[in-house]
Design a protein around this ligand. Structure first.
Ligand code: TPP
Ligand code: MG
Length: 370
């Protein structure tokens, strides 16, 4: 396994799984590609800014920020094929944006309005976009891991040259599903990438208390496949690591566990206050390793980007989010009658009966029946 070599390191940021020299993009990534990646990272950050305040203003009920993890998410998503399956958790908004899922659809899900594909039945941030192969986000920790393995095996049986990717956190490596999924994938050499964003915290539980293993990546060894640790705040390093894992999976070489070492700069969700369990110094240290700043600096150093252009990108991202909010916010909530849809392909007589009784109870229905 491509285990990080040498003694335990003081800073996980000294670990690089792939030799990506500063200022030189991995093969196949042009400056224009990296600027596009930067813009998606900024879009995610702009959405975070507004998502947090919309919740505080009572305009949406809940929000899960990505801030700090944009490099890991965008680096991974860009290295994939649009037909690859994505099995996300609740924090994969930048993955969704990278795949090209329209901002309006994400916002409609956050508002739970009539244009929301889930018709307001899911928690905010628990996206599902079938046409983008973005599987319904898992809230129970780790359940998406065996789902990804199953999708990978199904795709192989169908002769599709695709991989599936399970996105999960450091905390999920303690779940039963992580171990059963990893084992099954190892035994069947499933074309799957286990993409673990080690953001140092599982709500208030630090990485140091999650496991005695020196790295999360090394857990792959027990299941007989490759594990590697990559600097998750280096979008180019993540891209290269995922490209390599994908190529191996497609070639029949089996799964890879990638541990992207990163940091959740914001709260776990809008229901959390991280000041109660972590220090300002720790946050400041990781803010100095901000993946957005890092990519910006690289591009500026290469003369591929100017400070003014960066500011324009940020303003454009904020304007795009503001415009999408304006468009989505006036949309009405889902029609209550839709509650009985999507349970079965066709509503059963019992559901029809219940639906009619329910509609008749609605205020202003005047005993409405359909
Ligand atoms: C099976 C299960 N147990 C507990 C929870 C409560 N819970 C929600 S998020 C979370 C922490 C997950 O941490 P991690 O896997 O590191 O992901 P992160 O939130 O840091 O991205 C927990 C324990 C849950 N959702 N599901
Ligand atoms: Mg975590």
């Amino acid at each position: 396994m491509a285990r990080p070599s040498g003694p335990p390191r003081e800073s996980p940021l000294s670990v690089q799984a792939v030799p990506v020299t500063s200022g030189r993009a991995p093969e196949g990534l042009t400056a224009a590609d990296r600027k596009r990646m930067l813009r998606v990272m900024l879009l995610s950050r702009a959405l975070d800014e507004r998502g947090m305040t919309l919740q505080r203003q009572g305009r949406i009920g809940f929000y899960v920020p990505v801030e700090g993890q944009e490099g890991a998410q965008v680096g991974c998503a860009v290295a994939l094929d649009p037909k690859d399956w994505l099995c996300p958790g609740y924090r994969e908004t930048a993955v969704a944006l990278s795949r090209g899922i329209p901002l309006r659809q994400l916002l409609s899900q956050l508002y739970g309005d009539r244009a929301d594909l889930c018709q307001g039945r899911q928690m905010p941030n628990h996206f599902a976009f079938r046409e983008f192969r973005f599987v319904s986000a898992s809230s129970p920790i780790g359940t998406q891991i065996p789902h990804a393995v199953g999708l990978a095996l199904a795709a192989r049986l169908k002769g599709e040259k695709v991989v599936s990717v399970a996105f999960f956190g450091d905390g999920a490596t303690s779940s039963n599903d992580f171990h059963s999924g990893m084992n099954f994938a190892g035994v069947y050499r499933a074309p799957v990438i286990f993409f673990c964003q080690n953001n140092q915290w599982a709500i208030s539980l630090p990485r140091s208390k999650q496991t005695r293993s020196e790295t999360l990546a090394q857990k792959a060894e027990a299941y007989g496949f490759s594990g590697l640790q990559v600097d998750g705040n280096d979008v180019e390093a993540v891209y290269a690591a995922v490209k390599e894992a994908r190529a191996r999976a497609i070639a029949g070489g089996g799964p890879t566990l990638i541990e992207a070492v990163t940091y959740r700069m914001g709260p776990h969700t809008t229901s959390d206050d991280p000041r109660r369990y972590r220090s300002a110094e720790e946050l400041a240290l990781w803010k100095s390793r901000d993946p957005v700043e890092r990519l910006k600096e690289t591009l500026v150093r290469e003369h591929a980007l100017t400070e003014e252009e960066f500011d324009q990108f940020l303003e454009a991202a904020r304007a795009e989010v503001a415009a999408a909010i304006q468009e989505v916010e006036p949309l009405p909530p889902p029609d209550p009658g839709t509650l009985f849809d999507d349970v079965f392909a066709r509503r059963t007589p019992q559901l029809e009966e219940q639906r009619a009784a329910f509609l008749a109870e609605l205020p202003g229905s005047g005993g409405r029946k359909e």
